[in-house]
Ligand binder design. Sequence first.
Ligand SMILES: CSC[C@H]1O[C@H](OP(=O)(O)O)[C@H](O)[C@@H]1O
Length: 345
Amino acid sequence: MENFSSVCLRLKSNKISILDQRKIPQEEVWLEVTTAAKMHKIIKRLSVRGAPLIGVCASLMIGVLALEKTNSLEQLKEWSEYLKTSRPTAVNLFTCLDRMLVIMKTNEEKMDETNVKGLLVKEAEAILKEEVEMCERMGEHGAKLIESGDNILTYCNTGGLATPGVGTALGVIIKAHQSGKKIHVYACETRPLLQGGRLTAWELAKNKIPFTLICDNMAASLMRKGKIDKVFLGADRIATNGDFANKIGTYSVAIAAKLHNVPMYSVAPVSTIDFECESGDQIEIEQREPKEVRGVRDYIWAPDCNCYNPAFDVTPIETVSGIVLDVGVFTTKEIQSGALKKLKK
Ligand SMILES: CSC[C@H]1O[C@H](OP(=O)(O)O)[C@H](O)[C@@H]1O
């Protein structure tokens, strides 16, 4: 497989290394991932995260494992199904692994195992290339919505730590900055796992983009004061009616933005659309462990109480201005008229 290197993913001499995002920003620790079990573990614990990135990493893992002569197609199918159980909400994980499974199931009777495995390697490389290119296109389309002087609010992390490319929503912000637009970002810390405070702050600093870190409960009052000009954030699964699942707290931001007439866009590649899902009500929301709410790292302020810890919520499309995809910007009205369904291949 061709070598590859990004902010958080490396493929060198057919070996996968992944930056452990749990340790950012204190440490930059790279993990070598050689088995499906290890990949499952680091996706589940969010050492690697972000819808496009986990889909790419899972399919890349199957591609690398296919290079091992001793690994049978049956074993590769088993590992693909197992990797699907790492997290339930981000659709990219399923669509990428299904692309690998389709290759195995449609060719195993028609060609010898070595040739099928060769197709798996090519498909994994194609998925990676497509996602990098989709990030570029999302960035270009979305950056046109940003004007010099804008104060932009973003949520969670949607950059090079959530994709194999420049990012989705944060990619839009980075592209706008790189084009010379003078912008400032309000980054929501994003409880409970602080992807905004830890990861987005780290990426904005690396890109030299002026930003202010805020607690999530500060977003609405900033909008009321007229301090926020636009909101850009991500998605993990988009239904064909435009409703989308994204990091928990997105719906609160959307309600505030709508009340204060702040334009808000979700940014995602077409690979995040679930064409089998007609509405947000059908999206499975990952429930995570109470310990993530009870404290942060070794500071546990509520050791034993009940906790509610959904990793995502669903934002109805009518609450936002539209969705920026790699194929263009779609207004809520266009989406409500069925524009997303027409993108199905
Ligand atoms: C570009 S996808 C980013 C998306 O994924 C994040 O969730 P997690 O950190 O749990 O993987 C969040 O929903 C982001 O918007």
